[in-house]
Design a protein around this ligand. Structure first.
Ligand code: NAD
Length: 313
């Protein structure tokens, strides 16, 4: 089984993405471990298994090749069914998931990775994150490194480590396999420029969650006058301008949606370009102000006291 997984993972690296474009002209990013990832994908936070199934299957059939899920979302099973039923070969799809705090631990993490693969019904993950920077991170990471050696995972990432930037330095310099990606809340109002610069030193790519502001923003970015002005100039929607900004700023972006109209709209951003002046205008609305306001202590308490994966189903 180990050898088969190795062969599949290597073939995926070699054959899945040609040049620097993938389906629907989606650009790709070359990661610090040699893997090539579609820069744009779909997020599945806060969806039931059936919603994730419908949304991801629709997305795959309409040009998406990158899917973001997590153990904590409780929808990996729906995502896995969608991959299987989409008719798209597995090696053409970039599949990401994340380990929740109760998955961390020496030996335990490897078992939880196997369970994750079972839930998704796939042989390997393209990208696996530590979801939150609390708990036994080193034991978890060492098991994640073993999973890479076993061909069960291709790329390792850290999520929300911008809460503790010293940890980014530690993981980038002390671990056998360094992180290739940091997933964090980022959008035009929270561009995370300091952390972006810190990650650039290690060739760590940023992948932005709440790229449109998330549900908590109640559409605040869509009403921003600068974004509206640029949208009008290009005959695009505010969401398309925001997503195009993420792309041109060199970040990976995974807008969440289960609505076919939004899924179509969000990927329709590769036929126009923002000018340097427009990129500058978007830089100027940065407030470094996240929409997710829960303090680190509360997230940590949630992690430590709650050994149960939050369910949205
Ligand atoms: P988002 O900014 O992508 O916004 C999603 C919301 O915007 C949904 O309510 C959706 O219906 C709506 N929407 C989508 N497309 C739209 C459009 N074109 N016009 C108007 N509204 C639109 O926020 P998100 O989904 O929470 O974040 C993206 C993904 O990032 C998630 O789905 C998840 O996969 C991931 N994520 C990771 C973390 C983490 O801790 N690592 C946290 C949150 C989310």
């Amino acid at each position: 089984m180990k050898t088969i997984r190795h062969i599949i993972a290597t073939m995926a690296v070699t054959f899945s993405f040609f040049g620097n474009m993938s389906a629907q002209n989606v650009p790709t990013l070359a990661l610090n471990n040699g893997a090539v990832m579609p820069q744009f994908g779909i997020g599945t936070y806060n969806q039931t298994n059936d919603q994730a199934y419908d949304g991801v299957k629709y997305a795959l059939q309409h040009g998406y090749r990158h899917i973001d899920t997590a153990h904590a979302y409780g929808d990996e099973e729906g995502v896995g069914r969608a991959i299987k039923d989409s008719g798209i070969p597995r090696e053409e799809i970039w599949v990401t998931s994340k380990l929740w705090m109760n998955d961390y631990g020496d030996g335990k993490t490897l078992e939880h990775i196997d369970e994750m693969l079972d839930r998704l019904g796939i042989e390997y993950l393209d990208l696996l994150y530590i979801h939150q920077p609390f708990g036994d991170l080193e034991a978890c990471w060492k098991d994640m490194e073993k999973a890479v050696e076993l061909g069960k995972v291709r790329t390792l990432g850290i999520s929300n480590f911008d809460r503790d930037p010293a940890l980014i330095d530690k993981f980038a310099t002390e671990m056998k396999i360094k992180p290739a990606i940091l997933q964090l809340e980022s959008h035009p109002y929270r561009q995370a420029l300091e952390v972006k610069e810190q990650c650039a030193k290690y060739n760590i790519v940023l992948e932005d969650w709440f790229p449109l502001g998330g549900q908590m923003s109640q559409g605040a970015l869509f009403r921003d006058p600068v974004i509206l002005e640029i949208a009008q100039a290009h005959d695009k929607t505010p969401a398309q301008i925001i997503l195009r900004w993420h792309i041109q700023d060199g970040r990976s972006v995974i807008p969440g949606s289960k609505t076919p109209a939004h899924i179509d709209e969000n990927i329709d951003i590769f036929d126009f370009e923002l000018s340097a002046k427009e990129m500058q205008m978007l830089r100027s609305i940065n407030k470094e102000d996240p929409f997710f306001k829960m303090p680190g202590q509360s997230v940590r308490r949630m992690s430590e006291n709650n050994n149960v994966v939050p369910s949205f189903n």
